[in-house]
Design a protein around this ligand. Structure first.
Ligand code: HEM
Length: 131
């Protein structure tokens, strides 16, 4: 079924956009030494939520498309990306006071895993493959 593939392919842009916006806001908060606020919480949660949605859609793609060994690298990197983002966001929420450095590091590391995961299957980070 190509529906999940196209959804998965397109959703990457939203995930990447949410990640870049979150990193920019966290960097701004860190530079201006403002207390961690609601906008930071929403941006972090949006990134982690979109990433989890992408993982779920990815599992649907896995079930509905042909499997090949290079997908292992893609899947491992993407699961690590989701875990790193979620753990950093959750740890930050429990901190008193929460800050910007931990969620920023979490999103940057997570984005690096995503780039690696997309490259693992020979696809472009900013380009779609028409199938
Ligand atoms: C455990 C989670 C994931 C699984 C099981 C999964 C699975 C897959 C599968 C089976 C394909 C199709 C490969 C092909 O047919 O050649 C694919 C492609 C792709 N995945 Fe994932 N994926 C996951 C997470 C992610 C995440 C988090 C992202 C990005 C944020 C992502 C981005 C992509 C991209 C960009 C492609 C290529 C789409 C294209 O060529 O247009 N995946 N994934």
């Amino acid at each position: 079924m190509t529906f999940f593939f196209h959804l998965h392919s397109g959703l990457r842009y939203l995930v990447l956009l949410a990640g870049v916006l979150a990193v920019a806001y966290f960097a701004f908060g860190l530079a201006t030494q403002r207390p961690f606020d609601k906008v930071g919480r929403i941006l972090g949660a949006s990134y982690a939520g979109l990433l989890h949605t992408q993982v779920l859609v990815g599992i649907c793609v896995l079930i509905t498309r042909v499997y090949y060994p290079a997908l292992i690298g893609h899947i491992v990197m993407m699961v690590l990306a989701a875990v790193v983002a979620q753990v950093c966001m959750s740890m930050n929420r429990r901190r008193t006071p929460p800050g910007y450095a931990l969620p920023m590091a979490g999103v940057i590391v997570s984005l690096l895993f995503i780039v690696g995961g997309i490259m693992a299957i020979g696809r472009g980070v900013f380009m779609s493959t028409a199938f």
